[in-house]
Design a protein around this ligand. Sequence first.
Ligand SMILES: Cc1ncc(C[n+]2csc(CCOP(=O)(O)OP(=O)(O)O)c2C)c(N)n1
Ligand SMILES: [Mg+2]
Length: 920
Amino acid sequence: MANHHVAPGPILNGLPSQIPDIDPEETQEWLDSLDGAIEAGGRRRARYLMLKLLERARENQVGIPSLTTTDYINTIGPEDEPWFPGDEEVERRYRAWIRWNAAVMVHRAQRPGVGVGGHISTYASAATLYEVGFNHFWRGRDHEGGGDQIFFQGHASPGMYARAYLEGRLGEDDLNGFRQEKSHLVDGKIVAVPSYPHPRSMPDFWQFPTVSMGIGPMNAIYQAQFNKYLHNRGLKDTSQQHVWAFLGDGEMDEPESRGLLHVAANEELDNLTFVINCNLQRLDGPVRGNGKIVQELESFFRGAGWNVIKVLWGRGWDRLLAADSSGALINLMNNTPDGDYQTYRANDGAFIRDHFFGRDPRTKELVKDWTDEEVWWSLKRGGHDYRKVFAAYQAAMNHQGQPTVILAKTIKGYSLGSSFAGRNATHQMKKMTLDDLKGFRDSLRIPISDEQLEADPYLPPYYHPGEDDETLQYMRERRQKLGGYLPSRAPGRAQPLQLPGDKAYAIGKKGSGKQQIATTMAFVRIFKDLMRDKEFGKHIVPIIPDEARTFGMDSFFPTAKIYNPHGQNYTSVDADLMLAYKESEQGQIQHVGINEAGAASAFTAAGTSYDTHGVPMVPFYIFYSMFGFQRTGDFLYAAADQLARGFLIGATAGRTTLAGEGLQHADGHSPLLASTNPAMVSYDPAYGYEIAHIVQDGLRRMYGENAEDVIYYITVYNEPIVQPAEPEGVDVEGILKGMYLLKPGSGGSEGKSVRLLASGVGVPWALEAQQLLADDWGVSADVWSVTSWGELRREAMECDEEASSNPSGERRLPYVTQRLSEGSGPVVATSDYMRAVHDQIAPWVPEDFYALGADGFGFADTRPAARRFFHIDGPSMAVKALQMLVDRGELDPSVAQEAYDKYRLDDVTAGTSGNAGGDA
Ligand SMILES: Cc1ncc(C[n+]2csc(CCOP(=O)(O)OP(=O)(O)O)c2C)c(N)n1
Ligand SMILES: [Mg+2]
């Protein structure tokens, strides 16, 4: 093997010093003694002395930057390992059963005719990491401290199912239905489990969807942060609750996985432990063949302010290290790259002797009396050594003031046989050969005979020792002592919230008088009153990533205050102003900084508090609409999987309302992106009173009796308009279902009629078009405010689905079809979004339909110019309506051209639709 060189770890920031030397003589003495130590004891000894000195300096609070990497050995030496409180032999026995059943479950799912397979090798490498947690650390929901929250690595799920099987929570039928969520029927009923941790698919089992890599780490950080937030706000004692996140070393390459480490450090989340399964491999091959992922992660996490614990070597190595007086073994460990480590464990004891120990005569000597078998079996990786893992977990639990990361070195496909362990292809292998099965059975000592395995190699039996088995009793007792089974989700225990009455929404319904205010401000006014509600208000979690001033929410700073676990230890520059920037330990606002991904994670943690804590919390995450779904769509998808509830407010929405900002700010499609998320109920209201009804109904649906697992997305604008008072007898049902007749046409002198549909900031343009059509062309136009294109479509699709699945049954007319049957004439739609948003309703419009839209990139200009450019403004709408009447033969063909010329539609400077001003 080539002679590899791995650079020694850097010292954080170097050690620059501009301090003058006040005693050069003394300095020289120190330097001389170091030189002397090198000469007498060698570099190795000198290094040891230097590290000791650094250690002592740190003990005495001398401000020396810490080393970011340490030797490639266990952080906790054998002399510091705690007493192990369990029965290791008994725990090993059922761990083997779980390992067997997990692999068999995946293998069976690969049987002919099904062929859905699954991941075998990941759990095989992580079984010990999980079992130590299950048996000794993780508190269940019934624990008096409230229970821990565990983010299981997504594709390690077979192990959790296999454990639940022995616990009696899942049956053989469930395991046989792995990955056949719709088709695996037993006695006509679906009995199945999903491939990964999906709370939405298995709502009383899984809590945290982790499978889209990088989201788990961020969500775990904000889960821990939220636990402290709840505690500091006095809403729940969470001091005993710990968050554990299990991650892959490959997963750590996702920028999201590393992107919020500073948040965990700054907030001193000592209630959080990451366990990174460093099996040195990802899907295709090694994570860092030429380097060392453990060392890289160590320096990265330490640099970010985390406590780092490495668990690299099993107990068998301890006596070798103790005998390594020359330091040659540690040197070898330090200098061997991951690619080689992987190759060693894919071979045998003789190979390891030759290629690892054989590289230095001193290390070769260390194992000269060992058989190859001993070299193979005694020298395990730390992550497979129960006691080493136990010691690490205990140290993590005891550590205060910092989050902890445990870097556990393991082997991918451990004990699955030579065609799996450490092979590059192991991740993708879904089934075992008969020989693999036999070897695996032998190494796990599973009492299943050759005949049983040979009977049907596609369907090897699961192993269950029988309900009375003592080992099984031990296993179950461990969980009882720790407060119940995990994972487990129990959303039912949260009481519905006492919701504010109609009065709380009065401000939205009374309009803005003569004042012009944007819908963002209309929303903020309603929101402020909700926050003031005595009982309900404290359940609100406002989440804002650094745009509060843009949204006019700075008025919340001094009253609701910004959450900061450290309070405010400085005098705010604006302390003497009414709207001072106020941070507080009990603050209500989650002001996460310019950090949309973190905000989405904070939203998820707060929006699932009804389950994770039995305390319903109502997040209102107010984002710059372009940087919501577009930026963090996958997080919001995970939030939906996690059955989060709450409000997303897309502020400064629309492609033309954000005058002057341009291409990357101008959102012309977020309702469409929202529509791709099945949990999202998306509204684009035009006026404050619409918002009031939508928010009120959203609270009822998400937090009232029989709460639904949906998320509300509401778009609001920053263009000042007069907010009308709620019309007498307004059609509330229509507002909530997605459309209502805002202003009927006046009849028109020509007897011709059209319908104008608009949403959000587009409604005033429809009203403008209505006026033009009546005044200039004698055409009557009904104006409908479409509060939700998406909800209209969703309901119509449900009607279609009913009709398709019951062809002879009675037909339910979609709401949009029904409402548009009320009038007559062609239908033109507009809004500040691309056409596809309005086109969502096209199949169910019973008349000619045309959607105008702001397609293409946004740009910076005045609102009227932008609207004219996209041809979505009032005059464009009027001309389109006339054209459609022409096409139907109801008007003279010249009319359309005449109107086009009259309004100078080809001239962007002639646009009239829209106000100047606004907040952004
Ligand atoms: C964002 C994302 N990209 C890709 C995948 C597909 N995927 C599933 S497992 C895997 C490899 C994981 O390697 P690692 O994190 O090291 O986990 P291990 O199985 O080795 O423990 C990949 C790429 C995914 N789940 N999520
Ligand atoms: Mg890996």
